[in-house]
Design a protein around this ligand. Structure first.
Ligand code: GLN
Length: 458
């Protein structure tokens, strides 16, 4: 009953695309049965979680929040979701997101935007009247957790889609090292960047859930063949002997005062926990955003070629139409404006005449950004920075200006390009009473260091 009630409350936020409370109830009952028999309950035993609707779920519609996949019911389960069920979790429903995970506000969803449970005064000063973006693309996940509709949810992060929505809603989310969580059965956006991770109320819950989600998968050619560390058991907020790097290039001209202040607060908290703080330089930071917005669309344009009206979901077959007409009609109808924009940019930067100037150049920049981090990690153990350049913006604020939307990802994309683990933890409220997030970036494979610094902050 509680699960049904939560799903009804979720309707107001539009967080779920499909509700499956019966699955969460079944998991809770399975835990009761195990407890009665004295069996182990599993790492996530009985925990009702939300599943971002980018993960294929056997027998349950999987849409990527697109019209293109509306009504698509997979006959297989993604590796990550299967691992969560094996650990005892139960699915409360499929969570809304930006269409094909492209966006920073959840406004590109075919199923309508998600609303954050946080509110702000509107421009006329009417208290709590402005509806805020929950962040994106994992906006259903962040909204549902912040509204206490579920204790945890899956997210995916290609260029910030776990961290930015976590920051906007005052929750915690970690993108592990690229390859930690299998991409098998996750609708592909930009395959060299896509990475699944947990979103939850706090660092400990994220550690527990990440342990359940991660692990080698032979079905994903970029899966890391490494054992999953016991992150929960290794949690330790003592930062004595640890060096925290503060990247000077992230202190950008015109940085919001309140963001700068929260960053300073974070530095003070980590010092209190025993850390030594060092200045570091990541000289190619300013090229990360443009490189990301070439590489991600390039890979998306290739990945999304599979939606041809033949193999999955939608098929528009106008009267008397041939195959080409069917492709065109299906793709025109099935993809939203942002997805089409990415496909056009991606196709352009991969075209014969421009490939070297854009795509190859962006790949070279990516290598330099990865090298910046490698050099920085010779001087520090983790890096502390803001997650976003602002607190949550109002719905509609940036919809007509894609560039200002993209700029919101400025602090998130460098770690994505370098494949590094990065987490957003809540760092208090701004003067309007809205949550701010701080980001911790770690060395490859050092999720433990990231989690521990996060614990010292929270
Ligand atoms: N906001 C970024 C984009 O639109 C990141 C999305 C993501 O990480 N899936 O590409």
């Amino acid at each position: 009953e509680a699960f049904n009630g939560n799903v009804a409350a979720a309707d107001a936020l539009n967080a779920f695309i499909v509700a499956t409370p019966e699955k969460a109830i079944a998991a809770a009952e399975a835990v009761d049965a195990k407890r009665a028999k004295g069996e182990s309950l599993g790492k996530m035993g009985g925990v009702p979680i939300g599943m971002k609707d980018l993960f294929a779920t056997d027998g349950v519609q999987t849409t990527a929040a697109s019209h293109m996949l509306e009504g698509f019911v997979p006959q297989y389960e993604s590796t990550v979701s299967q691992k969560l069920w094996d650990a005892g979790a139960g699915m409360l429903g499929k969570l809304n997101l930006d269409q094909f995970a492209m966006g920073s506000s959840n406004e590109t969803s075919y199923f309508g935007n998600v609303i954050s449970p946080w509110r702000r005064n509107d421009a006329n000063g009417v208290p709590g009247n402005a509806a805020l973006a929950p962040g994106g693309s994992s906006g259903g996940s962040s909204s549902a957790i912040a509204a206490r509709l579920c204790p945890a949810a899956t997210g995916t992060d290609t260029g910030g889609s776990i961290r930015q929505p976590a920051a906007f809603t005052g929750i915690t989310g970690i993108k592990p090292t690229y390859g930690r969580c299998s991409r098998w059965g996750v609708v592909a956006f930009a395959s060299s960047l896509d990475q699944a991770g947990p979103m939850a109320r706090d660092v400990t819950d994220c550690a527990i859930m990440l342990e359940a989600m991660a692990g080698f998968d032979p079905k994903d050619s970029t899966s890391l063949d490494m054992p999953v560390p016991a992150w929960e058991a290794g949690l330790n907020p003592d930062m004595k002997g640890k060096k925290v790097g503060i990247p000077r290039e992230y202190r950008m001209d015109g940085m919001d005062d309140e963001i700068a202040k929260s960053w300073d607060d974070g530095i003070a908290w980590l010092k209190d926990a025993g850390a030594q703080v060092v200045d570091i330089s990541l000289p190619h930071t300013k090229y990360a955003l443009p490189a990301y917005y070439i590489i991600a669309p390039a890979e998306a344009s290739s990945n999304l070629a599979r939606y041809d009206g033949v193999r999955y979901g939608l098929r528009d077959l106008p009267e008397g139409a041939g195959l080409q007409d069917m492709y065109a009609a299906t793709r025109a109808d099935g993809f939203g404006a942002e997805v089409k924009r990415r496909i056009m940019i991606g196709t352009y930067v991969l075209s014969a005449g421009f490939y070297d100037a854009y795509y190859n150049q962006a790949q070279r920049v990516r290598a330099l950004i990865a090298r910046d981090f490698e050099q920085a990690f010779e001087q520090c153990d983790v890096i502390l920075a803001p997650t976003c350049p602002s607190a949550a913006f109002a719905l509609g604020d940036k919809t007509s200006d894609p560039l200002s939307m993209y700029l919101n990802d400025v602090f998130a994309v460098p770690a994505s390009l370098a494949g590094l683990p990065a987490m957003s933890v809540p760092a208090g409220l701004n003067s309007e009473g809205l949550p701010l997030g701080l980001q911790i970036i770690g060395r490859a494979f050092d999720e433990q260091g990231v989690l521990n610094a996060g614990l010292a902050i929270e």
